[in-house]
Design a protein around this ligand. Structure first.
Ligand code: COA
Length: 374
């Protein structure tokens, strides 16, 4: 059928343009606004990357200091939001908590005029970790935490709220780096969902709420939690190899492997893998890293499938003492930058996103009165 996407899932279809990111582009690889991901991971802090995505250029020292102060100043939660978070049941998945939290924030702090879109983006970047950890600590530890800390970085703030003490620098730095790696990835499913919502001239909270819903699934952001569930099942690398071989024979998906755009490797994996090894040594865990490596090897040997950004992110977070159910929400705390930048880009040259469908249903039917139907 003319125009139909034969392989499904819009694979290979160029659905718009962006100046934010290249993914696997020949001669460029993964870049944010022209900067190589490895340079950003090695030299930048997450707030610098957030500024780059949201403001279009790397900040000067003065601009970065100002931006860090703005983010710090916006971490407080309104009482009404705290009340809602306390009412969300303890057994809710934290992704659903963030979805509700962002949606509710849109009620009490509506965006209104698009002229305030940068303020809304900064507010969400600041308060997503607060929202998540206020709910988490309330339900897990039975305490109402103060979400305003002295930590300059979002990574430090996150780990401080979670563990009730400032983190080790190695842990903070590793979390910061994963936030950089997760920040932006072109027209992935959640970003595209956000752009579709934005295309109707809806507000930023609605677009982000929808994006969180898309990110939640295990084929997208939820893969980091699923990868943790997988590696936790095995006690030794040998057991992991045999277990994954069995899963492949049963045609089961191995979460944290494969990618729609990359064909031979995900550039983010090398960085996550290096951090996983360093953190394993730091916390004295001698099993999880070799198990992860064994899974990676068997996936490559058997299927030529490579670990994506989510696979080693799982052990990185685990080694820092982060509960598995918070892995995908951390992705949200980072990707809010890419989502917001895409929302602004979509608005800057908006066109309603409304593709066509190939009709595969029945031909014209004769109307049958209800009494005559069989
Ligand atoms: N485990 C086992 N097999 C996999 C696989 C995985 N993680 N990823 C892809 N494959 C297989 C598919 O079963 C399919 O095999 P077939 O041709 O025999 O049917 C083939 O590789 C092509 O995969 P397909 O599902 O068509 O690719 P896609 O582009 O539609 O999907 C993903 C991309 C990311 C959704 C897919 O690789 C996947 O489900 N990965 C696991 C979830 C994940 O890690 N998501 C995070 C992505 S960053």
């Amino acid at each position: 059928m003319a125009g139909a996407n034969k392989s499904g899932g819009l694979a290979g279809v160029t659905a718009g343009s962006t100046s934010l990111c290249t993914v696997g582009k020949e001669g460029a690889g993964l870049t944010y606004r022209g900067y190589d991901i490895y340079d950003l991971a090695d030299h930048a802090c997450f707030e610098e990357v957030a500024y780059l995505l949201l403001h279009g250029k790397l900040p000067t020292k003065k601009e970065l200091d100002g931006y860090v102060s703005t983010i710090k100043a916006n971490r407080g939660l309104p009482d009404a939001l705290k009340t809602v978070l306390e009412m969300v049941p303890a057994n809710t998945h934290p992704m659903d908590v963030l979805r509700t939290g962002v949606s509710f924030l849109g009620n009490i702090e509506p965006e209104g005029d698009f002229a305030s879109q940068n303020k809304v983006a900064d507010r969400l970047l600041s308060c997503l970790p607060s929202m998540l950890l206020y709910w988490h600590r309330f339900h897990v530890d039975g305490v109402r935490i103060d979400t305003e800390t002295d930590d300059d970085s979002i990574s430090g703030h996150f780990l401080h709220l979670l563990h009730d003490k400032p983190p080790k620098e190695l842990h903070r730095k590793c979390l910061d780096t994963t936030l950089i790696l997760y920040a932006e990835h072109e027209f992935n499913a959640s970003t595209f969902a956000g752009r579709v919502i934005t295309g109707t001239l809806s507000d930023m909270h609605s677009a982000v709420t929808g994006a969180i819903g898309a990110l939640r699934g295990p084929l997208h952001g939820g893969a980091n939690e699923a990868a943790m569930a997988l590696i936790s099942k095995f006690k030794t690398p040998e057991e992991a190899t045999a277990g994954v071989l069995g899963m492949l024979q049963r045609k089961e998906l191995i979460m944290g492997f494969g990618h729609r755009v990359y064909t031979t490797s995900d550039p983010r994996n090398a960085v996550n893998k290096r951090m996983s090894k360093a953190l394993a040594a730091d916390v004295g865990n001698t099993t999880l890293y070799p198990i992860s490596e064994a899974v990676e090897k068997v996936m490559w040997d058997e299927k030529k499938l490579f670990a994506n950004a989510d696979f080693f992110a799982a052990s990185v977070y685990h080694f820092m003492g982060i509960p598995t159910c918070l892995f995908t929400p951390i992705f949200v705390c980072s990707r809010i930058t890419g989502w917001a930048a895409h929302i602004m880009e979509q608005r800057s040259n908006n066109k309603l996103i409304r593709p066509a469908a190939e009709y595969i249903g029945p031909g014209l039917q004769n109307w049958v009165a209800i009494a005559d139907r069989k």
